[in-house]
Design a protein around this ligand. Sequence first.
Ligand SMILES: [Zn+2]
Length: 140
Amino acid sequence: MAKKGFGCERSECASSTDISGEASFGTGGLSRDGFWEFPCEECRNAWRLWQKWGKEVSVVHDVTTAPKLYTVKLSYFKAGGKWYSDGEYESKCAELFDIWDEVRGMRDRRHLPGLMEGCSEFIVSVDVPDHPHSHPRLII
Ligand SMILES: [Zn+2]
């Protein structure tokens, strides 16, 4: 597994889930049932240990899992409160306040998703519906 301190630590060793729902590790081809052409006993044993000690198995999948992107939904309002337009982008930020900061920065640079560059100043409502702590926020 490509993770340092886990199993064989070979970069080519990868993880999958076999047909019974168990994690499987190895190299070469992966069968439709989730079994590797060259199974890796070292990683499998390491994984069993992780399970036994109650550690999170999700760590095992870190290498193949891309960072979560949050879809950020934006609405733009004129200073008087009149709705103007909507925008949307994907943020790599994990925390809501970082996303708000990111949006504030885009607004200050007058470069907001869905609007022409150099747009005039707007009040922006920010919503990140799939964030676990989701609640709307106004950037004024
Ligand atoms: Zn391995």
